[in-house]
Design a protein around this ligand. Structure first.
Ligand code: RM4
Length: 258
């Protein structure tokens, strides 16, 4: 039980990487608080699955692009669990679109969800962790943000998206410095191409799918569970000396030039 009795909060938790992370953390002994945006049925089914694993769970609906959602989510954690030990900022969108005719509303929504949402959520989580103080082992908490391989490389249809993932990566580095004095660790995970709702349409193009798959030395796209496993490690006490790090989980895609 790598996460026994830890209180873990996850944004965008009802689908894909977020859902896999919630279930993996619960399977490792954690109680789970979930956030999602207007996805109540999926949230209720996830709450049921977590409780079937014998763990506590609560759901706090909210749009991460609205800073009030951060306040509400942390308040709910205090109400239900007395606080939190781990915060996972996972919520993100990637509405693929060409650069030259990128509508401002798509650019703004992507920025507000992926970067502003991560910033305000992690800030609210850190404020509560600081208020809680360190535990008997001197641990102050673990904050994990889901960045991407796209923090390191570009995408023709992702000019609005890749900068947000680079920003998430950089935010965790700076938060690691700002929060180390409180014993709070901050790290990012960089998934490669993981099959989820976010890229279902994009990867329905057989040529693009084959191009990407050919670039992966392990020969397969990632699954949400592959990323959840990395989050469990960073959330656990096994990562006690890991902060400011970025863990690339991409099947070798990034390094594979030739
Ligand atoms: C990831 C990466 C994947 C893409 C998703 C939407 O960061 O760019 O290739 O499918 O985003």
């Amino acid at each position: 039980m790598l996460l026994k009795d830890k209180r873990v909060l996850i944004t965008g938790a009802t689908r894909g990487i977020g859902r896999a992370t919630a279930l993996s953390c619960a399977a490792q002994g954690a109680d789970i608080g979930i956030n999602s945006f207007q996805d109540d049925a999926m949230a209720e089914s996830l709450i049921y699955e977590i409780k079937q694993l014998g763990r506590r769970a609560f759901y706090c609906e909210g749009d991460v692009a609205n800073p009030q959602s951060a306040t509400d989510f942390i308040h709910a954690a205090v109400q239900h669990f007395g606080g939190l030990d781990v915060f996972v900022s996972n919520a993100g969108i990637c509405p693929f679109h060409s650069f030259l005719d990128m509508p401002v509303d798509i650019l703004q929504r992507t920025t507000n969800v992926n970067f502003l949402g991560t910033y305000t959520m992690c800030q609210a989580a850190a404020q509560q962790m600081v208020k809680q103080g360190r535990d008997a082992q001197g641990r102050g908490g673990s904050i994990i943000a889901i960045s991407s391989i796209s923090a390191l490389v570009g995408g023709e249809l992702q000019t609005h998206y890749t900068p947000t993932k680079a920003g998430v990566h950089s935010l965790m580095q700076s938060c690691a410095i700002a929060l180390g004095q409180f014993g709070i660790r901050c790290n990012s995970v960089m998934p490669g191409t993981v099959l989820t709702d976010i890229n279902k349409d994009d990867l329905s193009d057989p040529q693009k799918r084959a191009h990407l798959e050919k670039r992966i030395p392990l020969g397969r796209f990632g699954e949400s569970k592959d990323i959840a496993n990395v989050v469990v490690f960073l959330a656990s006490d096994l990562a006690d000396y890991v902060t400011g790090a970025s863990v690339l989980a991409d099947g070798g895609m990034f390094v594979n030039l030739q």
